[in-house]
Ligand binder design. Sequence first.
Ligand SMILES: [Zn+2]
Length: 412
Amino acid sequence: MHNVYFYIIIAVFVLNFAWEQIMSYLNRKRMSPHIPKDLEGIYNPGEYAQQQAYQKTNSRFGLISGGFSFVVVLVVLLFGLFGWTDDVLREYTVHFLLLPLLFFGILFIIGQVIDLPFDWYIVFKIEERFGFNKLTPKLFVSDFIKQILLSAVIGGILLSAVLYIYQYTGKWFWLLAWLVVSGFSLLITFFYSEWIVPLFNKQTPLEEGELRTSIESFAEKAGFGLKNIYVMDGSKRSTKANAYFTGFGKKKRVVLFDTLMKELETEEIVAVLAHEIGHYKKKHVYQSMIISILTMGITFYILSLFLNNLQLAEALGGETASFHLGLIGFALLVTPISEMLGLAMNYISRKNEYEADSFAAQFGLGDALISALIKISVKALSNLNPHPLVVFWYYSHPTLLQRIEKCRSVKV
Ligand SMILES: [Zn+2]
């Protein structure tokens, strides 16, 4: 006999998958062998044909890999395998730290093993075929191992801290856990470039020269103290170009992928950075930090209501109420709320992107930004004609066409 939680969990899970399929179908329906009018002059016919082939391949692969994980999780839910795993582990330990750590450790390893062949296929079949891949099998394996170890260490520390707080504080669990986890994530953000990035990439200070001088003089003009400009060897994994800002306060730094420097002219790179500086100047960085800390607080509070819930444990096939089954049940049940939250966050993010674009355009860099964005998108064979509903739901950035329009509308 299943309880009501079981049926709600299954319904939420199935509906969410169906919704994702609808979204992906809407995008597929907009594909066409003829280049859409709006995209003429952005894609040439040859590149457009490549883009369509890339999109088709990815969409088909997404259907297969997404369908596969859907079936796996559905089987796990229908047969109560989360609870079964818990029952089995309980024969060995019921320790408040050890049991959940083992439980999530096993789930994590199984998840990684299932994903591995799919990731391999993406890199060595799809990305390779379209000329993006630079990874060697050796680097792929060492990345994989490093990522697993890193997640195990960070996840292990955080989970242990939360479990410890849960064991000893009871009612105020959510508040303390919230403080500790947000403190920890701020620490990671602050030291991201020094602790995490060097495990995977080499960063070298941008050498003196035209580019550095142009970036510095723009930063000065924009009233933005910028000392740390680095180049990263992104080309060891992919030909796709990128640039990002990280850290805050004294630790803020600009990181340019070497691939970006190869693709773009000096003024275009300055325009891309002007956009990023715009995010700082318009306080988007602090805004999103505050939003994510607040959401974390609300999440912990709601989570505290679900932990140690016997009915939830039974819905997942278990016999004993526990922290870890409560957490899994919570994560499944909360999907509709997190989708809504994601929707709101994407809306804010798109608004911020427009603001950052306008910021760059106000310094007379609008045209350079447009040509940089076009180059980056075309090089990456991006889908520039997504369905509006998909943009509304999933996109953290406006589409290229929307951004071009916005940049052109800014009066300098
Ligand atoms: Zn941006």
